[in-house]
Ligand binder design. Structure first.
Ligand SMILES: [Zn+2]
Length: 633
C-alpha cells in the first residue's frame, strides 16, 4: 500500500523453558475454538474449504482472459481503452449480474472515499462508450456509476460456462496522482486503467466493497494481453513480458535492453541524452507496446517521454531464466541510479531467505512516483535523498509480490494478511541489511510506537476485524507473525508458512485457512495464540509481579497485563556484578495466558531483573523492573 501514508505516520541468551505438560489430547488441525464466521462454516459444509486449512475438494475460483488496448498521448490527459474479457464462471452458481470494478471512478465527484480530494484529484471519471455481451450490444446499466457497478447480463451465465464482454471506455488521468494518474505533464502511471470483473468467491460471493483509496484490492488470477499505444519517443514500462521490443526500440537501445536480460550489472538502457536525442524508440507516429502475462491479479503501466531507463537481472532459482529488473525515473532522482541493484537484492533475498520462495514472476519494474505502492511486477515509489530509505521502500513493495499477489489475498477485508505479512518480511530484510540493532530501532519507531503509545480503544481493535487497516494492517500483525516465528522456531515456522503458500498460491485464502494450516503443520493447537493476537482487543504489556528466592533458585513471576503473548527478555543482574539475558518466547504463556514464571538456577543471588521487549514494545514500562523503581512503591 501507500505505505508511507499508513497511519500517522547480544548477550548470551538462555532459554529456560517451563516444564510443559505434554499435550495429552491429539493435536487438532481445525480452528474450532476460534470465532469462525458463518460464511466460512458454509464453505466447510459445501466442501469448498476444509477445516484443516486446505482447499476443499469442491474448491472453485473464477478467472478471466483480458485482451486490452490502451491509448495515451501525453500531455493530452485522455486515455482510451478497448477490451475483450472472457470471464469463466467456475462456480456452481448461475450469475445473472456481474459486479464490475471501475476503480478510476475514485476520482469522480461524489465517489465514496476515505481521504480528502482536492480539485486536481477530481475528474469526470470513466466513461463507458460501448458494451457488448457475447458480441451483441448491451446496456451498461450501472446504477451508481462509481467504483463498483452491477451490470445485468442479457442471459444468465450458467455454472462452468463463460461470457465474452467487450468494453470501450475513456477517462482523463488526474492531475494530482496518488496510486495512479499524472506523474508530470508527459509521464502517466496507468494503474486500474481498465474495467474488470470483481471477484466472486465461495465465501463471500461478489466482492462489492467500494474502492475508497484506503482499503486495497482483491483480484482473481487472469491472463492479460495488453497493447499500449503511445506516440514515438514515449517508453512504456509495465506488468508482463514485452513481446515486441524489436518493433518499438531502435537497434542500439534494443541491444542494451536484450543485454540487460542476462546482465547482473545495471545497464543504462536509455539515458537522458538518448531520450532527448530521440534515439530510443522507433520513429513512427505511434508505437504499440505489447505485453503479456499469465495468472496474475492485475496489470499496470507507466509511460514517459523523459524518464530514463535502467535494467539488469537476477537469478532467483536454478534452472529458471534470470528475472528482469528495471527502473524508470527522472534523471534528477539520484537514489534511483541504485534502484536496479536494490530491487535485485530484494528479489534475491526474498527468494532465498524469507519467505524463501523463488520470486514467481519474470520481471519487476520500479517507477518513480509518489505512491509507495505495489502492483504485480511493478512498484510506484517516491525518490528519497536517503538511499537506505529508498531501498527500504522498494523492498517492502517488492515483498508484496508474495502477499497479496501470488497468494490472492482479499486484502480489502483482511489487510493484515498482506500488509502485516509484508511488514514482518520488511523487518527481517531490515535485519539482514542494517543489522539487528538498527532494524529494531527503526521498526519500533516506524511501525510500533504510535500504536503502543495510543491508549484509546480503537488502538486495540482486534486485528481480525474486517476492513481494518492502519496499525491493524501493518505493525500489530507483523509483531504477531514475528512472535509466532519466535514461538515455533525458524524451521517449523518456515515449514508451516511454505505449506500455506504451497496450498494457497494462485487461490484465495481466508484467515481461517492460514490459522488451520499452521495448527495442522505444527501438530499443535495454536488457537490460544491466534485468539490472543488476532481475535481479542489486546495489546502488549508484560509486568514483573514478583521475584522470590529459595534454595533451588529464584522464581520471577510475570503477568500478561495486555494480553498479547509476546517474546520478552529478562535482564538479570547478580550481586557478583555479572548479568545474563534470559530470552523467553511466547511459549511461557501457552498454559496460562495471564501468568507465567521463569526459573533462575540458584548459582548466584539476583540483585535486579529488568524486562527488555525488543520490537514488541510494552505499553507500561513502569512495571518492567524488580525491585520496582516506581515512586512510593
Ligand atoms: Zn505495503
Amino acid at each position: 500500500m501507500t505505505w508511507t501514508r499508513a497511519v500517522a505516520r547480544c548477550v548470551r541468551a538462555v532459554s529456560i523453558a517451563l516444564a510443559l505438560p505434554s499435550l495429552s489430547m491429539a493435536p487438532r488441525a481445525t480452528v474450532s475454538s476460534l470465532y469462525v464466521p458463518r460464511s466460512m462454516k458454509q464453505a466447510y459444509s459445501r466442501g469448498t474449504r476444509s477445516p484443516d486449512g486446505r482447499p476443499g475438494p469442491r474448491y472453485w475460483q473464477n478467472r478471466a482472459r483480458y485482451t486490452i488496448t490502451l491509448t495515451a498521448s501525453p500531455p493530452n490527459r485522455k486515455v482510451t481503452g478497448t477490451e475483450q474479457i472472457v470471464y469463466v464462471n467456475a462456480s456452481p452458481d448461475t450469475l445473472r449480474r456481474l459486479a464490475m470494478r471501475v476503480i478510476v471512478n475514485i476520482h469522480k465527484a461524489g465517489a465514496y472515499r476515505a481521504t480528502n480530494a482536492g480539485p486536481d484529484y477530481i475528474t469526470s471519471g470513466v466513461h463507458i462508450d460501448a458494451f457488448t455481451v457475447n458480441g451483441q450490444p448491451a446496456t451498461w446499466n450501472a446504477e451508481n456509476g462509481y467504483t463498483v457497478q452491477g451490470v445485468t447480463l442479457p442471459a444468465p451465465l450458467m455454472p462452468h460456462d463463460s461470457v465474452r464482454l467487450g468494453v470501450d471506455w475513456h477517462y482523463d488521468v488526474s492531475k494530482e496522482s496518488n496510486r495512479e494518474g499524472m506523474l508530470d505533464s508527459t509521464t502517466f502511471f496507468l494503474a486500474y486503467a481498465y474495467p474488470r470483473v470483481s471477484v466472486y468467491d465461495d465465501v463471500n460471493g461478489w466482492d462489492l466493497t467500494p474502492f475508497d483509496d484506503r482499503l486495497e484490492f482483491y483480484s482473481d488470477f487472469n491472463d492479460y494481453d495488453v497493447t499500449v499505444k503511445v506516440p514515438a519517443n514515449f517508453v512504456v514500462w509495465g506488468t508482463g513480458t514485452l513481446r515486441n521490443a524489436g518493433e518499438v526500440l531502435q537497434p542500439e537501445i534494443l541491444k542494451r535492453f536484450q543485454a540487460s536480460l542476462t546482465s547482473a550489472q545495471t545497464i543504462r538502457v536509455a539515458t537522458i541524452e538518448d531520450m532527448r536525442a530521440k534515439r530510443v524508440t522507433a520513429q513512427q507516429p505511434v508505437n504499440a507496446w505489447h505485453f503479456t502475462s499469465t495468472n496474475v491479479p492485475d496489470v499496470t503501466f507507466a509511460v514517459s517521454d523523459h524518464y530514463v531507463w535502467d535494467a539488469g537481472s537476477v537469478i532467483v532459482a536454478d534452472g529458471r531464466p534470470p528475472v528482469s529488473v528495471q527502473a524508470a525515473y527522472n534523471d534528477t532522482a539520484s537514489d534511483y541510479r541504485h534502484m536496479v541493484r536494490f530491487a535485485s537484492h530484494a528479489l534475491d533475498w526474498l527468494s532465498h531467505e524469507w519467505p524463501g520462495v523463488p520470486y514467481p514472476y519474470e520481471k519487476t519494474t520500479v517507477v518513480e512516483g509518489p505512491a509507495g505502492m505495489e502492483y504485480p511486477m511493478m512498484a510506484n515509489d517516491e525518490s528519497y535523498p536517503d538511499t537506505v530509505f529508498s531501498r527500504f521502500v522498494a523492498e517492502h513493495e517488492i515483498a508484496h509480490t508474495y502477499f497479496p499477489f501470488w497468494m490472492g489475498i482479499d486484502e480489502t477485508r483482511y489487510p493484515f494478511m498482506d500488509e502485516g505479512m509484508t511488514t514482518s518480511t520488511e523487518y527481517l530484510l531490515g535485519v539482514a541489511d542494517l543489522g539487528k540493532a538498527k532494524a529494531d530501532s527503526f521498526f519500533r519507531a516506524f511501525r510500533v510506537a504510535n500504536w503502543i503509545g495510543d491508549p484509546a480503544a480503537a488502538a486495540d481493535e482486534p486485528i481480525i476485524t474486517p476492513n481494518s487497516t492502519g496499525d491493524n494492517g501493518y505493525g500489530k500483525p507483523a509483531l504477531g507473525y514475528l512472535a509466532l516465528k519466535a514461538l515455533l522456531g525458524d524451521a517449523v515456522y518456515r515449514k508451516a508458512l511454505h505449506e500455506y503458500m504451497e496450498l494457497w498460491h494462485g487461490k484465495h485464502p481466508q484467515p481461517w485457512d492460514y490459522f488451520a494450516t499452521f495448527n495442522r503443520v505444527t501438530g499443535e493447537n495454536l488457537d490460544w495464540f491466534w485468539r490472543s493476537w488476532f481475535f481479542e482487543p489486546n495489546y502488549i504489556d508484560i509486568a514483573i509481579t514478583g521475584v522470590a528466592g529459595s534454595g533451588s533458585g529464584t522464581q520471577v513471576t510475570l503477568a500478561n497485563v495486555g494480553g498479547m503473548p509476546a517474546p520478552v527478555d529478562l535482564i538479570v543482574q547478580y550481586d557478583d556484578g555479572t548479568s545474563e539475558t534470559l530470552h523467553q518466547t511466547p511459549a511461557i504463556w501457552r498454559t496460562d495466558l495471564r501468568h507465567a514464571s521463569v526459573s533462575i538456577p540458584a548459582r548466584r543471588r539476583v540483585q535486579s531483573v529488568q524486562l527488555e521487549h525488543g520490537i514488541w514494545m510494552d505499553a507500561d514500562p513502569t512495571n518492567d523492573r524488580w525491585p520496582s523503581q516506581r515512586p512510593g512503591v
